[in-house]
Design a protein around this ligand. Sequence first.
Ligand SMILES: [Zn+2]
Length: 411
Amino acid sequence: MIAAVDSARLQTELTTLASFSESPAPAVTRVVFSDMDLRARDYLKTLLAEASLVVREDAVGNTFARWPGGMPSLPPVATGSHCDAIPNAGRFDGTVGVLGGLEAIRRLQRSGFQPRRSIDLVMFTSEEPTRFGIGCLGSRLLAAALQVSTGDTLKSDGRTLNEWRFAAGFSGPLSDVALPAGSYAAFVELHIEQGPILDRRRLDIGVVTAIAAPASVRIVVEGEGGHAGAVLMPDRHDAFLAAAEIALAVEAAARGTGALDTVATTGVCEVFPGAINSVPSRARLEVDVRDIDLARRDSVLAAIRRACEETAARRGVTVHVEPINADPPAQCAQSIVDVITAVCEAHGLRHIPMISRAYHDSLFMARIAPTGMIFIPCRNGVSHRPDEYSSPDAIARGTAVLADTLAALAE
Ligand SMILES: [Zn+2]
């Protein structure tokens, strides 16, 4: 089954796609709606045409390539991922799911398989937040999880999202992008793990059961500044020390759930005025909380808010907590998890169930379709770096599992 994947061709296509980059190889930089993004899209469309797929592009540039099934009135099954890359990234994040998805379809075509349901390959616009500051732009709009008015409010380099997409050739109202629930019978995304577990344990496939999602908050502490020599210790309302206590409470709240899948990070701490001889008058924290269980994640956020109130009262400072974003985590559909697992078993592949700690377009596709993800190992878990690497064999195995999964879901 793995031999039936044209691994050499897939590798050539990954190499060619990686050449559409604003940074020199091996680094890949391909920001949505840049010249390189548009050239990569043109290249992809030549491959889709060669495979006789019917291509549609929506108003934000999500690209759908359909292999029509024998019963086109049934909801199709879909696979896909993204082709954009953050600055100085590698060549496998996202692209393995697009070109691997295409090769999975070609493998089924070569084998003479006739799908009952149509099979769509989807290339999502702007999974990475580089240009517009928001991840999964295309899949968010597909799932109606983003106001269409953001077309005029999201900006990059002085141009709105609408101006960017019109210039890139994607017209029509953003409200046309959303797909109603039930549009797809299933969605399956092939992706590199972007973590070390599969590589470390020499496993072939991770069968994703849930996708964690971040909630982030900004916490501003207002205290009282003053001369570092003159203000007596009992009189102080040091904003940084209050923030430091809050940061420790963030850690305690995440550890307190007892679940390894709960993580919380205080990744930003700015202190004002930031002078060695001045008592901090203000501190700003940014905190990221993730879990695969929404209620548990929200309980951590609530614990952080309580700690803020308690610290404010005890230290005589004011604390403002402002949400930045809070996407709900997603559970993969058990029916799809079962199919992927059965395919792995049938071919003697070493596989484990796992959760996705990074978010993907699947996080939003799961809102409108039963969704699953297939992870393959990447060397040392490295991603978003030029030395990101998945072996040709790992990619071929993932592609083969995807092909058989699509066949099972579409027949
Ligand atoms: Zn990705």
